[in-house]
Design a protein around this ligand. Structure first.
Ligand code: GDP
Ligand code: MG
Length: 599
């Protein structure tokens, strides 16, 4: 297939606007369906992606399509994750394309992540073809959606292609629009040697690491020696080819083509996604893409409910990391919870996904400590310290000032909910940046909010105050000075390290009270009076007591539902019976579960 007949593109959209469904429809037209399983949503390969209907790891596939001129075109559909936690992954995948289909649900209109993704495509200098989806639904309003596309994205609304990914209406016309509108790959840069962008990688049991690549210049052949411009090191091309759901080996990949390469690397963590491959014999001088280290934004401690499961947790983390280069972890031990890991995540969704996969795929029951962000702590006479584990909080007397990360939050909502949303943002220490109307009934609100507030019940409250209509996007903005304190929890005079957290001074008392009330409910009476206290810098700010046991009084029984997942109940029951000794007080595992769940 000549370069003029190749189309490399991605579909971008707000969550649930129909990206996966449309991708399946395109692949089916291109005669690519998963014959082995007959499953739909073929590009979303992990179970958890299917269930949650989101794409976590990007995937891609090549297929052929005959245009109206009777000539055959090669389409490379490059899938991108559809969630804010994975912005860098989106930009990397977009760098492999010439254009995008920007999908907008005709019943929902433009949403927060429609805009966020639109800007990423704009930055990547791609051709943006708007597509209005779900036109089969009675509530679809194609004209209103066209108007929104014009007003809020500045794209031509009349050019937007109306389709239904589900029923297939007008999808063939969309294929032709891809041929007509999305540019063919650019001419190669003769000054450079061969260059290919590594936009993704995954671990395959038989082949080792498979790297997804887009060749921009020259040709890469089986048997070539290649090197990575950023990472360095020379590797043989053991296998090269295209992905048609299955991997199909070829002799080579040429400029403009998208495919995969296998180079004998055994661990995805060794591949720097965004790196440029070049030929070792004739190396290029300029990399294709600005490689960026992905920095975790959110941290938490992860402990097995049963201490005996620590080796299994370690093994499972190692396995998970084989396919998730963004997963960062190191051993951590806690007096209260024993051995576990301190884990860094790209964001809250990433955190949920990692925990859910560990539980689901490896049968682990886990306890997580309250999520924390990374604080910058400045001293008078020492260098700045980065802190993401509250247990390591330094002596407040030594601290000059503390800075915390703020994110820029963009919310799109029907304007009737604006009052409630502004109230929520104020509760979360937010600061107004701007507000504007996308049309007469839809408002976009932009605020600066501490990331730590975003990770604590923000999304749920936003959904509830807007009756589910508001959508949200956020990105890191800057570090700012804040009045933050470490909140300690003491049981009978002993500090419980796993329950320490860093909070804004104004929230310390409320949070402290919540925690000790939970603990009081779950700790049974002992032979002596037990004081449960919340303290800041040695000063008690909230207190509860559990009276001593009298004869013939039965101990409190532990009740309540502690798990969302049935199959974990047994393991957790086993864990629930377990007691942690904090000094001379027995604290049931369940008490930790309940407290940590509130955070
Ligand atoms: P994604 O999150 O963007 O990948 O969205 P999905 O493809 O998973 O679709 C989200 C939901 O919308 C699913 O329930 C789909 O069945 C439904 N859906 C997707 N496309 C259409 C469409 O064209 N018409 C209708 N009626 N439903 C659709
Ligand atoms: Mg999807």
């Amino acid at each position: 297939i000549p370069r003029s007949h190749i189309r490399n593109f991605s579909i971008i959209a707000h969550i649930d606007h129909g990206k996966s469904t449309l991708a399946d429809r395109l692949l089916a037209l291109g005669k690519l369906t998963d014959e082995r399983t007959g499953k739909d949503q073929i590009l979303d390969s992990m179970d958890i992606e299917r269930e949650r209907g989101i794409t976590i790891k990007s995937n891609s596939a090549s297929f052929y399509w005959k245009g109206e001129n009777g000539e055959t075109y090669l389409f490379n559909l490059i899938d991108t994750p559809g969630h804010v936690d994975f912005t860098y992954e989106v930009s990397r995948s977009l760098a492999a394309c010439e254009g995008v289909l920007l999908l907008v649900d005709a019943t929902q209109g433009v949403q927060a992540q429609t805009l966020a993704n639109f800007y990423l495509a704009l930055e990547a200098d791609l051709y943006i073809l708007p597509v209005i989806n779900k036109i089969d639904l009675p509530s679809a309003d194609v004209e209103k959606t066209r108007a929104q596309i014009e007003k809020s994205l500045g794209l031509s609304g009349t050019d937007a292609v109306p389709v239904s990914g589900k029923s297939g209406i007008n999808v063939e016309a969309l294929m032709q629009a891809i041929i007509d509108k999305i540019p063919a790959p650019r001419e190669q840069d003769a000054a450079q040697g061969a260059r290919a962008l590594v936009f993704d990688a995954y671990f395959d049991t038989y082949r080792g690491v498979v790297e997804k690549i887009r060749v921009f210049d020259g040709e890469i052949k089986k048997g070539d020696q290649i090197s990575f411009m950023r990472k360095g090191g020379v590797h043989p091309v053991n296998e090269i080819g295209i992905s048609q759901l299955r991997l199909v080996p070829q002799d080579s990949l040429k400029a403009g083509e998208v495919g995969y390469v296998v180079t004998g690397i055994k661990n995805v963590a060794e591949v720097m996604l965004g790196d440029t491959i070049t030929l070792a014999a004739k190396p290029a001088s300029v990399p294709l893409f600005k490689y960026k280290e992905v920095k975790p934004m959110v941290f938490s401690g992860l402990f097995p409910v049963n201490g005996d499961d620590y080796p299994l947790l370690k093994e499972s983390m190692d396995k998970l990391a084989l396919n998730d280069p963004a997963l960062i972890y190191e051993p951590e031990s806690s007096e209260a919870l024993g051995f576990g890991f301190r884990v860094g995540y790209l964001g809250l969704l990433h955190m949920e996904i990692v925990q859910e996969r560990l539980e689901r795929e490896f049968g682990l029951a886990l306890l997580t400590t309250a999520p924390s962000v990374t604080y910058h702590i400045y001293f008078q006479h020492k260098p700045m310290m980065t802190l993401n584990n509250p247990a390591e909080f330094p002596d407040p007397g030594d601290i000059d000032r503390i800075e915390e990360p703020y994110v820029k939050v963009a919310i799109i909502s029907p304007s009737e909910h604006m009052g409630a949303i502004l109230q929520l943002l104020a509760d979360k220490r937010g600061e107004n940046v701007s507000m504007n109307y996308l049309d007469t009934t839809t408002v976009q609100i932009i605020y600066l909010v501490p990331l730590a507030e975003m990770i604590f019940e923000f999304y749920d409250r936003l959904k509830s105050v807007s009756r589910g209509y508001a959508s949200l996007d956020y990105e890191f903005a800057e570090y700012r000075r804040s009045t933050l304190v470490k909140l300690d929890i003491l049981v009978h005079g002993n500090k419980v390290d796993a329950l320490s957290m860093i909070v804004h001074k104004s929230a310390a008392e409320t949070r402290g009270r919540q925690v000790i009330e939970q603990l009081k409910e779950h700790i049974s009476k002992h032979q002596f009076v037990i004081a449960i206290q919340a303290a800041v810098g040695g000063k008690v700010i909230a207190r509860e007591t559990i009276s001593a046991l009298r004869k013939n009084v039965t101990a409190k029984c532990y009740g309540g539902d502690i798990s969302r997942k049935r199959k974990l109940l047994d393991k957790q029951k086993e864990g629930k019976k377990r007691m942690k000794m904090i000094g001379s007080v027995e604290i049931p595992q369940e008490a930790f579960l309940s407290v940590l769940k509130t955070g």
